[in-house]
Design a protein around this ligand. Structure first.
Ligand code: HEC
Ligand code: HEC
Length: 174
C-alpha cells in the first residue's frame, strides 16, 4: 500500500527534490562583520550612553535599581512649566477608573488636611481653558508627567541651562 502511494507521489516529489539540489550553493557566502555600534571616542557621535559604552556583542551588568527618595525635600524646577518631581514614595498609590489616590491629598478640598500642595488651576482646565469642578481628564494620570525622585545617576550628559542662568551670564559679559 505504502509503495503504491510513493509511486503515485513520485511525479510531484521528484521535481521538488531536484530543485532543492540546484538551489544549494557549493560555496557559502562570507559576509564581512558589521561595524561596531556606538562611535566610542567621538562624543559628538556617541549614541552609546545607555549601554555605558559596552559593545553590543557583550553582556552588560545592570546598574543597581534606583531607590525612591522619600524625604519630602522638593527639588527645584529647571523651567517654569516643568511638572515638579514627586518628593515622596508613591508605592501602592492606585490611579484607575474608579479612584485617584493622588487626589486624596492633592485635591483642593483635602490638601490643607494633608499639608500637601494642591494641584494648580491648570489641572482643572479643559482644552478650551474652561475650569472644571473635578480634575481634568487631561491631568488625571499624574505619573504621565510627574516622576518620583530617585537616587539614579544620569546616564547621558545634559548641558541644559535655564533662562535665569543664561541671562545672568549675558549680563556678566556686558
Ligand atoms: C498621603 C497624602 C499624599 C498622597 C496620597 C500623594 N501625595 Fe504628593 N505630596 C504630599 C505632600 C504632603 C507633599 C508635600 C511634600 C513636602 O512636604 O514637601 C506632596 C508633594 C507632591 C509633589 C511636589 C509638588 C511641588 O510643588 O514640588 C508632587 C508633584 C506630588 N506630591 C505628586 C503626587 C502624585 C503624582 C501622587 C500620586 C501618585 C501623590 N502625590 C500622592 C502628599 C501626598
Ligand atoms: C499633562 C501633564 C500633567 C499631569 C497629567 C499632571 N500634572 Fe501636575 N503639573 C504639571 C505641570 C506642567 C505643573 C507645573 C505648572 C502648573 O502648575 O501647571 C504641575 C504642577 C503640579 C503641582 C504643583 C502645583 C503648584 O502650585 O506648585 C502638583 C502638586 C501637581 N502638579 C500634582 C499633580 C497630581 C496629583 C496629578 C494627577 C491628579 C497631576 N499633577 C497631573 C503637569 C501635569
Amino acid at each position: 500500500m505504502r509503495a503504491i502511494l510513493l509511486l503515485l507521489l513520485l511525479p510531484v516529489l521528484l521535481p521538488a527534490l531536484l530543485a532543492c539540489g540546484r538551489d544549494r550553493d557549493p560555496r557559502p557566502q562570507v559576509v564581512a562583520p558589521a561595524p561596531e555600534v556606538g562611535a566610542r571616542g567621538n562624543p559628538a557621535k556617541d549614541i552609546d550612553g545607555l549601554r555605558r559604552h559596552v559593545p553590543i556583542t557583550s553582556e552588560i551588568t545592570p546598574l543597581p535599581m534606583a531607590t525612591a527618595e522619600n524625604f519630602d525635600i522638593r527639588r527645584g524646577r529647571a523651567y517654569p512649566m516643568q511638572p515638579p518631581t514627586i518628593p515622596h514614595s508613591i508605592d501602592g498609590y492606585q490611579v484607575d477608573l474608579n479612584s485617584n489616590r493622588c487626589m486624596l491629598c492633592h485635591a483642593r478640598s483635602t490638601a490643607a488636611q494633608f499639608q500637601a500642595p494642591e494641584v494648580s488651576v491648570t489641572h482643572y482646565m479643559d482644552r478650551n481653558d474652561q475650569f472644571l469642578a473635578e480634575i481634568s481628564p487631561r491631568r488625571y494620570f499624574c505619573v504621565q508627567c510627574h516622576v518620583v525622585q530617585t537616587n539614579a545617576q544620569p546616564l547621558v550628559a545634559n548641558g541644559f541651562r535655564d533662562i535665569d542662568s543664561l541671562l545672568r551670564s549675558e549680563r556678566e559679559l556686558q
